[in-house]
Design a protein around this ligand. Structure first.
Ligand SMILES: Cc1ncc(C[n+]2csc(CCOP(=O)(O)OP(=O)(O)O)c2C)c(N)n1
Ligand SMILES: CC(=O)[C@@H](O)[C@H](O)COP(=O)(O)O
Ligand SMILES: [Mg+2]
Length: 636
């Protein structure tokens, strides 16, 4: 079935194939992608769209010497398969297996690590100018999707690149008219214009700018030109940025992709400066179900390709994302000032229903996290109550905006911080590991850490009631399964609770690790405190517990350095309380992809790990230590 594909162990093998065989190779490659993703889960529809593009790029450019930089990198499975990793595709996104994104430590063909979008043009320009500086003759190619193109960073890079008249940079815009959900914004409209009335006119443009060096395509251009006789061709946005714009061309047609790219390569060799190739592809291409529903097949789990995705018959546990989505609709019903904002993550953030029911109060701003934060700030200035649903990892993009535009002006924006903690298969790039440290140093910010679904709903209400910015952080997937109460009840701001009375040791849990803490405490005879808020810290409760216990343990699913545990240490020190203190959380390392439960266990953050850490830390007190007797007794 894969007779041709099995002969390709590197792009050099690919480049030895006669051109006539490339179509057959692309067909096998597409079938291989469907086959392997159906067995591992992963990003499917984007990868089906880049099959021919990948073949053409590796065929025409001299990779890895020519640098190929993929944006986001969720569409690099064909690239992985053609660059020596075909047989490891069965390990994709699993512990110890291939990453779902490009990684420099995985292959020399992965020139730049990615997973957050819109970095490719900057990185490729950096590479192109570095080559020029070092006197090395190589090209740099950035491949960026239409969704990712909407981010400010991509435009910063275009702006910079457009003045480097001789740089050997090619930007390939992979335009499939989709982000995860349908794309939004004026750029999308511009691309649609290039695609519609201007398609043939643009092809005529290709004729002028590229095809004079490619006689076979000249004929094609002439044919297209005859359809476009009366069209006037205004400059595209990309030409105005200083690029030589070519396209749009069919990104699934190797017959146009390869000669066009060859000609662009020749142009680059002549010092023609930055090139921009607009290719049009279809998300899900070649797998009917994904073509029909590219959103569902953006990142499916395992499935049978002959059946497609099936609804599970077992009732699924409610996820935190669903809890948020329901709360958002209920609160919107209750308070007309509420507006919901997402930077291109409608499905992942649980806002589909809100969009349907409150279309005028729903804002998808595209992949534009920085803008999303400041846009929310602007709305808050005018008395609206913005709720910005954003993954913990993506809020990193909007950090200055968070400080300068929201917190400094003490504006009441609710940050519904999804994917806080480990996310599993997406790995280190997507882990919501840093939000407690990066948020808690900002004045005016509140940080709520719900322990379960019911608390999540209530703490969202608490956050919404405040006159200051508050983030409510909750993890990917389901929690302990505590059914949220109906109604819009809140919990006190900045207050925790004692969940289990024990003695000797008190475990102070921030967030969902409360539940493994309760299990560990059964064995340890320890007290468990549900702290609920990383900021403001419930200092009153903390000092009370500190006074009645011999040692304290802090616990959070977030980076240990500078996290909630550090806040506890600072508060004790400020109060002059000296107490043995053990911090448990995510270690100071990037945590790889794998199943969340396994990764948490490896971090020592399951019940057994918590118990073991407490015994190890406090069981090793020297007998001369005056506290030893009491502490050891309590863990015996
Ligand atoms: C900074 C950032 N924000 C959001 C995301 C989530 N995300 C991943 S892929 C994607 C859509 C990308 O659309 P596009 O670039 O057009 O690629 P396509 O999937 O259509 O091939 C989004 C929003 C991300 N990876 N990085
Ligand atoms: C590539 C990317 O950033 C998204 O597609 C991400 O993988 C989605 O993650 P969730 O599945 O957690 O929504
Ligand atoms: Mg797209």
């Amino acid at each position: 079935m894969y007779s041709l594909l099995e002969t390709i162990n590197s792009p050099a093998d690919l480049r030895r194939l006669p051109r006539a065989q490339l179509k057959a190779l692309a067909d096998e490659l597409r079938a291989y992608v469907i086959d392997s993703v159906s067995q591992t889960g992963g990003h499917l529809s984007s990868n089906l769209g880049t099959v021919e593009l990948t073949v053409a790029l590796h065929y025409v450019f001299n990779t890895p010497d020519d640098r190929l930089v993929w944006d986001v990198g969720h569409q690099t499975y064909p690239h992985k398969i053609l660059t020596g990793r075909r047989e490891r595709m069965g390990t994709l996104r699993q512990l110890g297996g291939l990453s779902g994104f490009p990684r420099r430590d995985e292959s020399e063909y992965d020139t730049f690590g990615t997973a957050h979008s819109s970095t490719s043009i900057s990185a490729a320009l950096g590479m192109a100018l570095a080559a020029e500086f070092k006197g090395e003759n190589r090209n740099a190619v950035a491949v960026i999707g239409d969704g990712s193109m909407s981010a400010g960073m991509a435009f910063e890079a275009l702006n910079n690149a457009g003045v480097h008249d001789h740089c050997k940079l090619l930007v390939v815009l992979n335009d499939n008219d989709m982000s995860i959900s349908p794309p939004v914004g004026a750029l999308n409209r511009h691309l649609a214009q290039l695609m519609s009335g201007r398609f043939y006119a643009s092809a005529r443009h290709v004729g002028k700018k590229v095809l004079q060096v490619a006689p076979p395509l000249l004929e094609l251009a002439r044919r297209l030109e005859s359809h476009a006789k009366s069209m006037v061709v205004p400059a595209t946005l990309f030409e105005n940025f200083g690029f030589n714009y070519i396209g749009p061309i069919d990104g699934h047609d190797l017959e146009s992709l390869i000669p066009t790219m060859e000609n662009i390569r020749h142009l680059m060799a002549t010092g023609a400066g930055p090139q921009f190739l607009h290719v049009v592809t279809k998300k899900g291409q070649g797998y009917k179900l994904a073509e029909a529903d590219p959103i569902a097949y953006h990142g499916p789990g395992k499935f049978d390709p002959s059946m497609g995705l099936q609804k599970s018959s077992a009732p699924a546990k409610q996820t935190f994302t669903q809890v948020f989505g329901r709360w958002l609709c209920d609160m919107a019903e209750h308070d007309p000032r509420l507006v919901g904002i997402t930077p291109a993550m409608r499905e992942g953030s649980g806002m589909v229903e809100f969009h349907k029911r409150f279309p005028k109060r729903y804002h998808d701003v595209g992949i534009a996290e920085q803008h999303a934060v400041t846009f929310a700030a602007g709305m808050a200035c005018e008395g609206l109550k913005p709720v910005l649903a954003i993954y913990s990892t993506f809020l990193q993009r909007g950090y200055d905006q968070l400080i300068h535009d929201v917190a400094l002006q003490n504006l009441p924006v609710v940050f519904a911080l999804d994917r806080a903690g480990l996310v599993g298969a997406d790995g280190a790039t997507h882990a919501g590991a840093y939000d407690i440290p990066y948020l808690r140093c900002i004045p005016n910010m509140g940080i709520a850490c719900p322990a379960d679904e019911n608390e999540c709903r209530k703490l969202l209400t608490t956050a919404f009631e405040q006159d200051s910015p508050v983030a409510v952080r909750y993890p990917r997937g389901a929690g302990a399964g505590v059914e949220p109460e109906a109604g819009l009840n809140s919990l006190p701001f900045g207050k925790g609770e004692i969940r289990r009375e024990g003695s000797g040791i008190a475990i102070l849990a921030f967030g969902t690790l409360l539940y493994p803490a309760l299990q560990a405490a059964e064995k340890l005879g320890a007290t468990v405190v549900n702290m609920r808020w990383a900021k403001p810290l419930d200092t009153e409760l903390l000092l009370k517990v500190a006074a009645s216990h011999e040692a304290l343990v802090t616990l959070e699913e977030g980076a240990i350095m500078g996290g909630a545990g550090s806040a506890v240490g600072e508060a004790l020190q400020a109060a002059g309380v000296v107490k043995p203190l053990l911090h448990l959380g995510l270690k100071d390392e990037f945590i790889e992809h794998g199943e969340v439960a396994v990764l948490l266990a490896l971090q020592g953050l399951d019940a057994a790990g918590i118990e073991a850490a407490v015994r190890s830390r406090f069981g090793s007190f020297k007998s001369t230590d005056p506290l030893a007797k009491v502490v050891l007794k309590s863990v015996a």
